[in-house]
Design a protein around this ligand. Structure first.
Ligand SMILES: CC(C)(COP(=O)(O)OP(=O)(O)OC[C@H]1O[C@@H](n2cnc3c(N)ncnc32)[C@H](O)[C@@H]1OP(=O)(O)O)[C@@H](O)C(=O)NCCC(=O)NCCS
Length: 166
């Protein structure tokens, strides 16, 4: 991997996508199944990272997601993804989701999640990433927030590994 001095700094284009809630996405309460929302978020995280890193990325972990409002059949699902933190071979994407009512144009916030993605080479080995510019107060805040999540994720991973060994 490149040393810190040699590392390229490359701006990551944010991703903004829309989906529609179809009948097959619903739970028995007729709102969108949480797992289907997470799948869309995970896909957005993979795309925003791979586009920036120019490599495939796998999901290493997902921070807790709070579903604040439901998404209903026929609503537009707006998904926004940003790369907010970069380690060596891992980085974190912040993914936010809104429901958009097509007829009224009203928008409501559904949830957000932080996805740790690891970029891989052709032999499935983690590979080094460029850096992102961190300039604005918001970028600095997000970087620090994501860095803390990453630490917590690694502690949980180590706990899971210990459980696996027992
Ligand atoms: C994610 C994975 C590639 C990490 O492999 P590994 O051998 O542990 O690799 P490393 O220890 O070198 O970790 C690579 C990077 O990922 C980070 N990382 C690994 N597991 C992590 C986790 N659970 N949460 C957050 N970060 C994690 C490491 O801190 C390291 O970061 P850095 O390079 O920025 O410092 C591996 O565990 C894997 O393949 N998991 C399955 C991924 C997958 O298939 N996801 C789809 C859903 S099943």
């Amino acid at each position: 991997m490149a040393s810190e001095k040699q590392r390229e700094t490359r701006r990551a284009e944010p991703l903004e996508t829309f989906e529609v809630v179809f009948p097959q996405d619903l739970n028995p309460m007729h709102t969108m199944f949480g797992g289907a929302v997470v799948a869309l978020m995970d896909k957005a995280a993979g795309i925003v990272v791979s586009r920036w890193a120019r490599r495939p990325a796998v999901t290493a972990s997902i921070d807790a997601i709070q579903f604040l409002t439901p998404l209903r059949q026929g609503q537009m699902v707006q998904i926004s993804a940003h790369v907010v933190y970069v380690g060596k071979s891992s980085c974190m994407a912040r993914v936010q989701v809104w429901g958009n009512d097509i007829s009224s144009g009203d928008r409501h916030f559904c949830c957000e999640g932080y996805f740790t993605m690891v970029t891989m080479d052709a032999n499935f080995r983690p590979v080094g990433l460029p850096l992102i510019p961190v300039e604005s107060d918001e970028e600095k805040t997000q970087w620090e927030y994501a860095r803390q999540i990453k630490q917590a994720m690694l502690e949980r991973r180590d706990r899971a590994r210990r459980m696996e060994e027992e």
